[in-house]
Design a binder for this molecule. Structure first.
Ligand code: ZN
Length: 503
């Protein structure tokens, strides 16, 4: 191996190792930490964050990169790198230059403001007091506009933010994907919310330790190595990948609805399988890292909805539910249960939205962020704008801002550009599902038999092991043979719900 590249690998591994410590701290805070641990935790997190920033912008990294690639011309100054090494060098150069564009005082200012804003947002949401949050939102939007200028953009100031989470994606491309998606989803919501579905069968009393047992077994059935992960409980489920061999998942146990815990465990399992599937030879390098947040979300959505809300999966898995909860579920048929978990019903809260309406919640947030960035929407106009659009897209209006524009933490945390990746995840997942259906004509039979490993193997080969080798769009195109469109997702929904109607 080229000596300079060997040095680059060492530096990359050192950065990723410190980042893994940051992830353990986050996991500990959400699961195990006693309440008063927050004081030292805040200091730990800020200390680690500054070490990571120093490492990512160090002179040593710059010098090493420059001995491999010319920063100005983006051409290689050494001739003994293979294609993967070239790709890694190029991406690390891009990451380095991007990190350098944000001065330390800007990073500090943003960290302080988003921490204060999050604190105020929690209170404002609790008290339904948008006015209290407004000055912070205004300052955050100002800083986000500054960030656009510091990073630079060709077409739209929002592009600089989207690129943070979805490399290569732009406001223009997202608008082209989301415009037909929105039109079709508004129509499908109207069509399918009238399907008469009784979902009271999902509610009752369900022993929490039995729920946990079911979830733990399912994660292993889907292909997570028992020695690579653990599942705990937290208020909001998440998957924190410390390393591909150390995956921390959580689920939320609801004693009156076991389905929530199963569904969130399957979602987080999709994220964990992606991380577990990263190529072991590329730890510390971009090819050993996830391609984008949209691709990450496509893995969780694929498992949660396309598999975990399918009739074939439940035909195989339902007997285990009947065995665990015979008193509560024996009178509920498989078909009734399947219909209940797939009920389409417009709701105010994004995180509880069903498969058909979910992306409309995201498109609303995408349009708002875009308008904030180009100045066509002012922060103070947000509550009214929100209500108007909710009526237009979902036919419902929130009674207050806590159930409306104050519901998500993202803007308080300055996570602009993140929301679109949730809807992209659905579109990517539908493309992958379509390709898997073609490769495995016996897909349903396999799911009915509890055979799931072939899914992990296929996704591993086509998505997981490539990391950032390709852009997200190219990755999907290579895996499926076609470009991402909204129509594949819409066709998937139509096929599923037309069949559900006649069950
Ligand atoms: Zn997710």
């Amino acid at each position: 191996m080229n000596n300079a590249f060997k040095k680059l690998l060492e530096l990359g591994q050192s950065i990723q190792t410190v980042e893994s410590i940051e992830r353990v701290l986050f996991w500990d805070q959400e699961t195990m930490m006693p309440k008063n641990g927050i004081t030292i935790k805040t200091m730990q997190k800020s200390a680690i964050a500054s070490i990571i920033h120093q490492k990512k912008t160090s002179q040593e990294l710059e010098k090493t990169l420059k001995s491999l690639i010319d920063f100005k011309t983006n051409t290689f100054v050494t001739h003994d790198l293979d294609e993967d090494q070239k790709r890694c060098t190029q991406l690390m150069r891009d990451d380095f230059l991007k990190a350098k564009k944000l001065p330390d005082d800007f990073i500090q200012k943003l960290a302080v403001l988003s921490s204060e804003a999050t604190h105020v947002w929690i209170e404002a949401r609790k008290e339904n007091d948008f006015k209290r949050f407004l000055p912070y939102l205004e300052q955050i939007i100002d800083l986000m506009k500054q960030k656009s200028d510091l990073i630079g953009f060709e077409d739209h100031p929002y592009d600089a933010h989207i690129d943070d989470y979805e490399p290569g994606m732009t406001t223009r491309k997202l608008t082209a994907l989301f415009t037909p998606l929105k039109k079709d989803l508004i129509q499908l919501t109207k069509d399918y919310q009238t399907i008469p579905i009784e979902d009271s069968c999902l509610y009752g009393e369900f022993d929490e330790s039995l729920q946990m047992q079911l979830c733990k077994a399912l994660l292993i059935d889907f292909g997570l190595n028992p020695d690579n992960h653990r599942l705990d409980e937290s208020a909001h489920p998440f998957c924190m990948p410390v390393h591909r061999l150390d995956l921390r998942l959580t689920t939320h146990l609801n004693p009156s609805c076991f389905y929530q815990c199963i569904s969130s465990s399957i979602h987080e399992c999709g994220h964990a399988l992606y991380e577990q599937g990263h190529h072991p030879d590329f730890f510390g390098l971009p090819i050993g890292q996830y391609a984008s947040m949209g691709i990450h979300e496509s893995q969780s959505k694929f498992y949660e909805t396309m598999i975990g809300q399918s009739h074939a999966f439940w035909k195989g898995f339902y007997p285990k539910i009947l065995q665990a909860f015979p008193d509560q579920m024996q009178k509920v048929s498989l078909d009734s249960f399947y219909r209940a978990i797939n009920k389409v019903s417009p709701s105010l809260i994004r995180i509880y939205a069903d498969e058909v309406t979910y992306s409309l919640h995201i498109i609303l947030r995408f349009e708002i962020e875009k308008a904030f960035m180009d100045g066509s929407l002012k922060a103070r106009e947000l509550p009214e704008y929100w209500k108007t659009k909710m009526q237009e897209y979902l036919g419902i209006i929130p009674h207050n801002d806590s159930e409306g524009c104050l519901q998500d933490i993202h803007w308080a945390s300055a996570l602009f550009g993140y929301f679109p990746t949730y809807a992209l995840g659905n579109l990517y997942a539908a493309e992958l599902f379509n390709a898997i259906q073609k490769s495995f004509p016996d897909l349903d039979k396999r799911l009915e038999n509890g055979d799931y490993h072939f899914l992990k193997d296929w996704l591993g080969k086509h998505v997981h092991e490539h990391g950032r080798r390709y852009t997200p769009e190219r990755l999907i195109e290579r895996a499926t043979g076609q470009k991402v469109t909204a129509s594949t997702f819409i066709a998937y929904l139509k096929k599923k719900y037309e069949a559900l109607k006649t069950l």
